[in-house]
Design a protein around this ligand. Structure first.
Ligand code: ZN
Length: 147
């Protein structure tokens, strides 16, 4: 879909880029960004979590686990389909140095860009039991690495 872009300055390394921006009225919508780790931080996708069967399914599966919102956000990142082999994540990061200290020039669109929709097709193709197993496995990974 077509979205506006705005300029974003990295306050850590000085790198700047144009990134998709949804405006001020974007409840339930977000931009997923490619992983800096794989050198593809300028890959973006549109994520709409309203009436999203993948998102809803993850909500249900995460409900039974002892967890918090930061786990859920991370879980979503792990379960989004890669775009052209690029894993997606949430949050605003510098494509050059991975810093989250970014100044967004909101309200000053620089143009428009076509970005794909972020989807959970791979996760949803698992049967319900496999989905649950996957979420429990990821919860264990998260507990080991992020707590
Ligand atoms: Zn940077």
């Amino acid at each position: 879909m077509q979205v506006s872009t705005i300029k974003a300055d990295c306050l850590t390394c000085g790198f700047w880029h144009y990134r998709p921006w949804l405006g001020d009225f974007s409840y339930g919508e977000g931009i997923a960004q490619g992983s800096f780790v794989t050198g593809t931080g300028e890959t973006f996708a549109y994520l709409n979590v309203l009436n999203n069967s993948g998102w809803d399914r993850l909500r249900v599966l995460a409900e039974g686990l002892e967890t918090d919102e930061s786990f859920f956000q991370w879980l979503v990142d792990q379960c989004l389909d890669p775009i052209s082999g690029v894993s997606l994540g949430s949050g605003v990061r510098c494509p050059e140095c991975d810093s989250t200290d970014i100044k967004l020039h909101e309200g000053m669109p620089t143009g428009r860009v076509e970005i794909p929709e972020a989807t959970f097709t791979g996760f949803l193709s698992l049967d319900p039991h496999e989905q649950q197993t996957r979420v429990v496995e990821l919860h264990s990974v998260w507990g080991d690495e992020y707590q």
